[in-house]
Design a binder for this molecule. Structure first.
Ligand code: SF4
Length: 363
């Protein structure tokens, strides 16, 4: 089985905290439209797996999940998405029950378009809401309003059974009450899945140039999030991800569980598990749109699977650790930061609060 990621690197505008490979679309000429030259290059790259397999055996794999991410994939017209799907199906076998996610920005919500996505096979929508408070939406540079987020959520829930909401927490000055209110507003729409990430200020973003006061409530906010979501029937299965039973993201679980994946599109990453190799496509848009995806090969870093696996509540098998790491893990177990559960090594509730520190020790 193989997870397929498709990158659409265009957005209505660049958010102030974003360091993803994404570019604002030219609103005057092509609002709600991704350049056709990009779709051509994407379909060409996908088609390339038919005749040449770049050292992979992808053609023998069945696609178990498709994830169209970005950027803002909901800028795609239904016709563009149909072209991409047709290219995928020409080259790969897609499982009948494949999870098929499309990331959406609330501002791009239109009923007919979302219904068309569903008719094309999309069965999961991931809505990037981030906050329901107008001042934080402005601060983050989000293009949508609280009202548009609510309209998109309501509309998406009417069309799709499986809707996920992304929220950000630990925003500068954000209080516990404000964070709880955002969660409760999201819960009003009964999404199947909620991701709640702490805001991290990345280099080379407008936020990085500002003096931002550290929010001292991070740990408390994290525990509050967990409690509110668990009390409402959402189980934590990864440090920032919660789902109603049976609605965990299969695609993201593939990343966190050391499963192989193929990424197509600008700057997309792939993991060829059989040969223990990771690949990245070029992040030069002109180069990519001209049909040169130019893959860079990186050898597998064994630590990656420890780092990803410990984010999951189900943890990692002991076999991932070498003798030195096992000794460090033993010390962390005695400090009640790690624990054995069903033969897997997991972070405890206390450990999850300082997971980065634990990972630095194990590195
Ligand atoms: S919508 Fe997402 S990908 Fe696009 S700029 Fe904002 S955070 Fe980045």
């Amino acid at each position: 089985m193989l997870a397929l990621y498709i990158h659409i690197p265009f957005c209505l505008q660049k958010c102030r905290y974003c360091n993803f490979v994404s570019f604002p679309v030219n609103l005057e000429n092509q609002r709600d439209s991704v350049p056709e030259s990009y779709i051509d290059a994407l379909c060409c790259e996908i088609g390339g797996y038919f005749s040449k397999n770049n050292g992979y055996k992808y053609n023998n794999n069945i696609i178990s999940t498709i994830y169209v991410g970005g950027g803002t994939p909901s800028l795609l017209s239904a016709g563009q998405l149909a072209r991409i799907i047709a290219s995928v199906k020409k080259v790969f076998a897609v499982a009948d029950d494949a999870e098929f996610t499309l990331e959406a920005n609330p501002e791009t919500y239109a009923r007919e378009k979302f219904a068309a996505y569903q008719a094309l096979g999309v069965n999961r929508i991931s809505l990037g809401v981030q906050s329901f408070r107008p001042e934080y939406l402005r601060y983050l540079g989000r293009v949508h309003s609280r009202e548009k987020a609510a309209e998109a959520l309501r509309g998406a829930r009417e069309i799709f059974d499986n809707v996920s909401v992304d929220l950000l927490s630990n925003l500068p000055g954000q209080t516990l009450e404000q964070s709880a209110a955002d969660l409760r507003t999201a819960l009003d729409f009964q999404p199947r899945h909620i991701s709640c990430y702490e805001l991290t200020v990345e280099h080379d973003t407008p936020l990085a140039t500002e003096q931002i006061a550290q929010n001292e409530l991070g740990a408390e906010m994290y525990l509050q999030t967990k409690k509110i979501l668990e009390d409402n029937g959402y189980a934590q299965y990864e440090i920032s991800n919660y789902a109603q039973a049976g609605y965990e993201s299969k695609h993201n679980l593939a990343y966190w569980s050391d499963e192989p994946y193929l990424g197509v599109g600008l700057a997309a990453h792939s993991y060829d598990k059989a040969n223990q190799r990771r690949y990245a496509n070029t992040s030069d848009l002109a180069e990519y749109s001209a049909g040169k995806c130019i893959r860079v090969t990186e050898t597998e870093d064994g630590f990656n699977k420890i780092m990803m696996g410990l984010r999951k509540n189900s943890g990692i098998p002991a076999a991932y650790l070498d003798a030195r790491q096992k000794a460090i893990a033993q010390k962390l177990i005695s400090e009640e930061l790690l624990a054995w559960q069903n033969n897997n090594l997991c972070a405890t509730n206390r450990g999850r609060l300082i997971l980065n520190q634990i990972l630095r020790e194990l590195m």
